[in-house]
Design a protein around this ligand. Structure first.
Ligand code: MN
Length: 337
């Protein structure tokens, strides 16, 4: 299976040719899209619009309101079968960005897989599933936004305008943790320099993405911080958020954005773990983050999850928060053995 995908992993110029040959393009990204997902999708959409293609971005469910500033031209739609099935059916190219597993298409899955359109995956996650016609995958890329940049800059008539620059800046900024995660290098900063030259505004983009927390989120984080636990010579920091904590603060689940990353700022901590007893799904959402000299993918995989070496996650059902916590405390110790 993996060999099959390697054979279909084509270079940026070939992807560009597919984009240029298309007429009706649908861009799909994952549910609960992050800055990389929305930024990559909108940058690609603006490029295709500049080539007079018909373009729609479809996401399952809502997307976070702090990314609204990227959707001022209303290119992103929350999928509903009534309005959007005909759009998927009439597409000749479906670009799947920042995800590689059709299960994450959710309600769109059947229709997308059955579509006759050419399907291309542009992504930087590992272990892609075999379902698309072509793949543009580089797990060493900081972000899908970086891959979109590599593709577009091959186009001789490509003009980097403010909309594309802002979308790609957002994608790369969010997936590099504002240029401090391990894959950040001089190439990243050279791309960013070009994006700033083309009109991306670092101050206003950061402000739009990150300085938008409702006070309920700050209060929830306060409860989480008050209850932090450290294990394994302070190398593992565990934050748990219970359903009761959501009730007390009135915070919503999506207001936990950034909580787990903040655990790595604590002295001696190598691995941050956030367990959220989800009021929405009746599952426990596990988020794992690691510093560059540790890894957490193997931990996520033990709970049927996955992700990157330094950022991974899983969803667990059938046990209480306390039961799962006990197991995770033991398992996380094995990361250092
Ligand atoms: Mn990404």
């Amino acid at each position: 299976m993996i060999d099959e995908i390697i054979n279909k992993n084509i270079n940026e110029v070939k992807i560009l040719n597919l984009l240029n040959e298309s007429k009706n393009v649908v861009i799909i990204t994952h549910m609960n899209p992050d800055g990389d997902a929305v930024g990559s999708a909108t940058a690609l959409a603006y490029f295709l619009l500049s080539k007079s293609k018909s373009v729609n971005i479809l996401v399952t469910g809502e997307y976070p309101s702090n990314l609204n500033f990227l959707n001022h031209d209303n290119l992103i739609h929350s999928y509903n079968s009534h309005e959007h099935n005909s759009i998927i059916n009439s597409a000749d190219l479906i670009c799947i960005v920042d995800l590689n597993d059709p299960d994450r298409f959710k309600e769109m899955k059947e229709l997308v897989l059955a579509s006759k359109a050419m399907k291309v995956v542009i992504d930087h996650h590992i272990k892609p599933k075999e379902f698309a016609d072509f793949y543009c995958i580089d797990s060493n890329a900081t972000s899908t936004g970086e891959l979109i940049w590599r593709i577009l800059k091959n186009d001789s008539s490509f003009e980097l305008n403010k909309n594309i620059a802002t979308a790609l800046y957002t994608a790369i900024m969010t997936d590099t943790g504002s240029f401090r995660f391990p894959k950040t290098n001089s190439t990243t900063h050279r791309i960013i320099a070009d994006l700033i030259d083309a009109g991306a505004d670092p101050v206003s983009i950061y402000d739009s993405v990150y300085n938008q927390f409702p006070v309920s989120s700050a209060r929830l984080k306060g409860i989480g911080y008050a209850n932090l636990e450290l294990y394994h010579e302070k190398r593992v920091c565990l934050m748990t958020i219970s359903q009761k904590d959501f009730q007390i603060t009135g915070a919503k689940e999506e207001e936990t954005e950034g909580f787990v990353e903040s655990l790595l700022a604590i002295q001696d901590v190598k691995v941050g773990i956030l367990l959220i007893d989800s009021p929405k799904s009746n599952q426990i959402r596990c988020s794992f983050r690691a510093k560059a000299d540790a890894e957490v993918r193997s931990l996520a995989e033990k709970f049927n999850g996955g992700g990157h070496a330094q950022a991974a996650g899983a969803r667990v059902s059938g046990m209480s928060l306390e039961e799962l916590k006990k197991i995770i405390i033991i398992e996380s110790g094995l990361l250092f053995s």
